[in-house]
Design a protein around this ligand. Structure first.
Ligand code: DX5
Ligand code: ZN
Length: 224
């Protein structure tokens, strides 16, 4: 099943609740929240108070993508603020196994993220722990960047490993997912589609979400 996870990074922050509702009416089933610290990535975004407000504004799961250097320090805080899913970068975690268990101990779904330059093989020892793997298809830090085509093989590889090892993680993709790339990511095996600019960049988020989800679902049917 394909899920659409609009990234609020490209939303109008002064009308966040309204924009989240519009995307939800368009079929979004997860809200993707980009947490950046200005160190791990060259941008600063939002912190726990915004997650807390979003928690009251929507019933959808909040997918908190931590692009920060010291995730262990903030996982309990984001969990308390209302995060349902928390993902951490492989590149940011010295003790990745411990960090993933920390997420689970807060009753959140645990995800691991890899940058475009990081191979899938670096995750071999944690694939049986995680609930989802997030493949970055742009270098993290900003919305509206161009999709990096060479990341597609990592989605295919993750789907292959999952069936070979009989694992159950889901595959998420983040960065440059739009009308021209959505069919490729779905055919490669992505199931949770993060999209910021394509949903909130221009026009009506409800209509944008409906159209992107329709294209994704059609591509998923062709796959079979
Ligand atoms: C980038 C973020 C993404 C971003 C995606 O660092 O992790 O979630 O919002 O934005 P688009 O869909 O515009 O590439
Ligand atoms: Zn993200």
């Amino acid at each position: 099943m394909i899920e659409l996870a609009p990234s609020i990074l490209s939303a109008d922050f002064a009308r966040l609740g309204e924009q989240v509702h519009a995307a939800t009416e368009g079929g979004a089933s997860v809200i993707h929240v980009d947490i950046m610290d200005g160190h791990f990535v060259p941008n600063l975004t939002i912190g726990p108070p915004v997650v807390k407000s979003l928690r009251k504004a929507t019933e959808l799961p909040l997918d908190c993508h931590l692009m920060i250097e010291n995730p262990d320090e903030f996982i309990p805080i984001f969990a308390d603020a209302g995060a349902d899913w928390i993902s951490v970068h492989q590149e940011a975690c010295r003790h990745l196994n411990r960090t993933l268990h920390l997420i689970k101990s807060h009753n959140c779904q645990a995800g691991v993220v890899i940058n475009p330059a990081t191979p899938v093989e670096t995750l071999s020892e944690v694939l049986d722990i995680v609930d989802y793997v997030l493949v970055m298809s742009v270098n993290p830090g900003f919305g509206g960047q161009q999709f990096i085509v060479s990341t597609l093989h990592k989605m295919r590889r993750l789907a292959e490993i999952r069936s070979q090892r009989r694992l159950t993680y889901r595959i998420e993709v983040d960065g440059g997912v739009a009308h021209d790339t959505v069919a490729d990511v779905v055919r490669a095996g992505a199931e949770i589609l993060v999209a910021g600019n394509a949903i909130f960049g221009k026009g009506d988020p409800k209509k944008n979400a409906q159209e992107l989800l329709k294209a994704a679902t059609e591509a998923a049917l062709q796959k079979v």
